[in-house]
Design a protein around this ligand. Sequence first.
Ligand code: F6R
Length: 615
Amino acid sequence: MCGIMGYVGKSPASGIILEGLARQEYRGYDSAGIALRREGEIINAKIVGRVSELVRKVGELPPECSQSTSGIGHTRWATHGGVTETNAHPHESADGMVVLVHNGIIENSREIRDELESNGIRFRTETDTEAACQLLAVLYGTCGGDALKAMRKLTSRLTGAFALVIMFRDRPDEIWCARKGSPLVTAFDGSASYCASDPTALLGHTHDLCFLEEGELALLSSDDLKFYGFDGQPRDKSPIHLNWDSVMADKGHYEHFMRKEIGEQPDVLRLTIDAHTIVTNVALEKSITLPKGLMKKIRRVQFVACGTSYYATIVARDIMESLDGNLDISVEVASEYRYRNIRGGEDTIAVFVSQSGETADTLAAARIAKALGTHCIAMTNVRGSTIDREVEHTLLSLAGPEVGVAATKTFMGQISLLALLVMHLLKERETLSASDEARLIGGLRSLPALQQSVIEREDEIAALAKKYCKSKGFFFIGRRECVPLTMEGALKLKEIAYLPSEAYAAGEMKHGPIAMLDEKLTVVALVPDTDLREKTLSNVEECRARNAPTLLIVSEGDHDASAHANDMIAVPRTEPELFPFIGVIPLQLFAYHTARSLDRDIDMPRNLAKSVTVE
Ligand code: F6R
């Protein structure tokens, strides 16, 4: 939510900052702004709209601004205050001394604002951020121009979540950063310092990154990068080398990142299996070491996440449940877990799954579990992210940077690693038979090629998307291993096509939703050839009897299913538990092509932001 980019060095800053913003635009894209220096002043340029619009506006600034060797920029996902140019960041203090960008929510902004306004300071915006900006300017004055002291005082006054990046008018070679609750990553390449919300913005400059911890400040300059605690004490920090290729974050010849990322899933799966298995055995020991004998004492396993990551955990639960009937396994939405009277402790393992590693609810849930004495494992796609640093045991998924707002390849990274984690935990518990292990690893190994064969049938799926895109809505139905896919299929369609779409366990249709069916509501049914095929087909028939068109995802060779379908997409057969690995691909492509037929903004759907760092 909101993307930040800062640069101070020897080269012109504006291009570097605009490129960094463009790379992070998926974090927020309702408005954008940049601050650059000109003859002892700081000049702000802001727009409502996309970074491309900001590029145009920067081109209209006085020519000296393009020579500025430092600056900060921001793309906004509005929380407090409407989407207007005035509310866009950077914000400037009334005296012009402080210019600041912010990601997060300052919860006591009202109180600070009231106090400052009663002292005669005039606010210009409706944002919570301006309170921090105006307050810092006052503190900088009362601290006699001591920036470190003023930053200490500021951070002790603010409550809520913030990543703040600041320029002081009279400190031309400095940018200050503060982090509490919202991500911020910094880097120094020998002649310049950078900061950003997301590592992908920095990869074109350096791969050695310093992630700010909770309660840390950074001082960026052209010849150094320094860190302090909120108490003002200097801190040492060693960079983490991030092994991501910056071209992985480029669109290549694809029209959309989402489409490129759907196509990368066979590689993600292959990479995960290669990294964590030996022949037919799981080999996760090097990546995660739990206390010896722990798994034999564990009674309860909780999987906790939000959105698509939550659906990935349902896949994991189902696999685990099918292999071990003696564990109490649950899946939990993080935003609920954190407020319920949840069980935990020594006999519980909780797995927190977050591709970004920054989702506020998942982080809060992990902190609660930790406090209960629960054994916590984090799974994230971003090395150095908050969850990686806060949770004792972390597993990194191997999807590489995902730029499309709708998660696709990170889902694949998660379910593949979760499947291996489940097997690893059950092996430690001595409840995974060698034959199940070999069967599932063999099944996983065969999947990338099968996934590729589905991706190659894209034209067929695109034609179906075109045919059904005018439906007034969609129901996605399925049973057991298909249930998480119904949720993911419906979510993808909502997110990028903005079409009403609901997911139901097929048996639930009769208990209410069936009332909505008519010839304008399309039912997408997942009907792989398992022991539940007949039962799901009966539910499909109930939909057809109410005139709903039916689009079935079936197993290759199941020609008889056509008697129940207006249209079908056939996918290769898999081990039953592994059906989600293949079944998700036609759903992603269907959503993608539906959105494309409707001319939606696929990589940056309205109202969304990729990383949800507020509650
Ligand atoms: C859907 C999507 C979201 C995320 C959710 C959790 O396409 O991307 O539903 O899955 O916001 O995000 P992470 O995994 O970063 O915690």
